[in-house]
Design a protein around this ligand. Sequence first.
Ligand SMILES: [Zn+2]
Length: 128
Amino acid sequence: MKTNKDDLRNTGYAYTIPLGRAGRLHADSLKKHIDSETFHYKQWPVTFVSPVKINQYKAEYTNTSGALSYTLAISVSNNEVHVICDCDRKVEMLCHHAYGALKYLITTGGEEYFLELGKILQTKKDTP
Ligand SMILES: [Zn+2]
């Protein structure tokens, strides 16, 4: 069954990924959050993902692949990661930019990356 375009999510609205035990996100679990067509036909070989801004609500990253760049926003709460990409596309789950960046973050930062990020965001919240 083909998904109706109108039923799709705009990437500007947060997509939620539940974290596993102990706040970990494994690469295999991440793979379940991208639809198979996007996964097989769209590639986003990340050049770098670097944090540009962080406040009590979210962390923003520059998500670059070659000459193209998008902004990725991540927030963490209740053992869930919420992801926004500013590519403004209609997708079923994660767009390939967000998927590529998240994969990069857990590859370079470890499966506990989002647990640690959540702690940092919490610290910002606790500071008056
Ligand atoms: Zn995107």
